[in-house]
Design a protein. Structure first.
Length: 429
């Protein structure tokens, strides 16, 4: 539950219909009920449809742990959720187990309010190291990714055909011929045909992926922002910005109501959409022909695969609940391969983060190149710790710096210089 729930969260109406785990609770951390049984309070954000995906994992945990009272405290809004969580953590009333977004986890860790995950029964080696970095502090790991969502490029074969495009992007990628030049040739033809070439969400993984797919670097190994001094990063961002300005590429965040990215995709008005696995639900919900849609990784100058950003959310345990064995039991089960299968199989909205659950993504053969999502997860990277350690910095960069660049169509060097100054200012100790 990552990108989808961050950007398109509906009202949390009808919670009573969501079943087990939505026990009314006024707040508070771990406690022991009057009958002496254990109690675990846990929380995340999401719409009613998304929250319903937790039913099976909660039911399974309760069957195996009948003496544990499991209390679910969801919040519909991503931003409201984190504001509430920070208040609870500072006042000692936080849930025992809770989600944290990839743009917040590093800053929460630095407040010394989380318990190290070494108390869980999980093996850190079962999770991709590249998405653990943001949750590590001074050699200790404080959270694990509950699932992830690499932004694959979903493409509509009918839209490509309408634009006179005969080559298949996934086939080009399989032969390491999926180049940036070829991609922009396609988006240009789509625009000439009166269609939208590609749509992206305006957040850290988009602009960082533009630069790393272009062969550039965003932060160095010491955590310093270096995109403005990397010629490849500057050139890649300039190239994309020019196409955003003409409307060949568009930001999903700015699309008019009624003509959003989903509508464009299922009505064959859009060539490519950079989104996660949850797009399966969009396509199937529209009742369109699934065979018209597939996915491909991001294009690169030489056509070979390159690392791109992987959106993630993380599961953590409050420091105040560190001695609550039931909390660690729930934590470990929730993140286990069994727990992730219960949450994500079928039309689940994310990719598993743990080894052993990859069949979830491949089981029903849709999209045809579903393996791409797993490959992008394994090659990709999480939000950078330097950035995620400053509350709202990722969002500030996206809204105040990148969006104006995309609208102007030029000035990547000036924009990245300004971002470098901002990061230095915000991270100065």
């Amino acid at each position: 539950m990552t990108i989808l729930t961050r950007r398109r969260v509906g009202a949390l109406a009808g919670l009573a219909a969501l079943g087990i785990g939505l026990t009314a609770c006024s707040g508070g951390n771990s406690s022991t009920p009057a009958d002496g049984d254990s109690k675990v309070v846990w929380s995340t954000w999401g719409s009613p449809e998304e929250l319903k995906m937790f039913d099976r994992v909660q039911e399974s945990f309760k069957e195996a742990n009948p003496d544990v009272e499991l209390v679910f405290q969801p919040t519909p809004s991503y931003s409201d959720y984190h504001s509430k969580l920070l208040t609870q953590l500072s006042s000692g009333t936080a849930p025992d187990v809770f989600y944290v977004g990839d743009d917040r986890i590093a800053s929460v860790i630095r407040n010394d309010v989380l318990a190290p995950v070494s108390s869980s029964s999980l093996n850190e080696g079962d999770f991709a190291e590249n998405v653990l970095d943001v949750a590590r502090w001074e050699g200790e790991l404080y959270a694990l990714p509950n699932d992830v969502n690499p932004d694959a490029l979903w493409y509509d074969k009918e839209a490509l055909k309408a634009a006179g495009i005969t080559e298949d992007p996934a086939e080009l990628a399989a032969n390491d011929e999926w180049t940036t030049e070829k991609f922009f040739e396609m988006t240009g033809k789509l625009a000439d045909a009166g269609l939208t070439g590609a749509v992206y969400w305006n957040y850290w993984a988009t602009h960082d992926s533009i630069m790393t797919a272009g062969g550039g670097q965003v932060y160095d190994d010491e955590g310093a922002y270096v995109a403005n001094t990397d010629a490849k990063s500057v050139a890649a961002l300039d190239e994309y910005a020019a196409r955003f300005a003409t409307g060949e590429l568009k930001l999903a965040d700015l699309l008019p109501e009624g003509s959003g990215e989903d509508t464009l995709l299922v009505t064959h008005q859009l060539g490519f959409l950079a989104q996660g696995r949850y797009t399966i639900g969009t396509i199937r919900g529209a009742g369109v022909d699934e065979s018209l849609y597939d996915i491909v990784r991001w294009p690169t100058p030489d056509g070979k695969a390159a690392p791109t950003g992987v959106a993630a959310s993380y599961l953590a345990v409050s420091k105040d609940a560190a001695e609550n064995g039931a909390a660690w039991d729930f934590y470990s089960f929730f993140l286990s391969d069994e727990g992730q299968q219960l949450r994500l199989e079928g039309t689940g909205n994310a990719v598993p983060s743990i080894a052993g659950a990859d069949d979830i993504v491949l089981a029903d053969g849709f999209p045809a190149h579903a393996q791409t999502m797993l490959d992008m997860r394994d090659l990709g990277y999480s939000n950078f710790a330097t950035e995620a350690a400053v509350p709202d910095l990722s969002n500030q960069i996206a809204v105040e710096y990148m969006q104006p660049l995309y609208e102007a169509g030029s000035g990547a060097q000036e924009t990245l210089d300004a971002v470098a100054e901002l990061v230095e200012e915000k991270t100065a100790s």
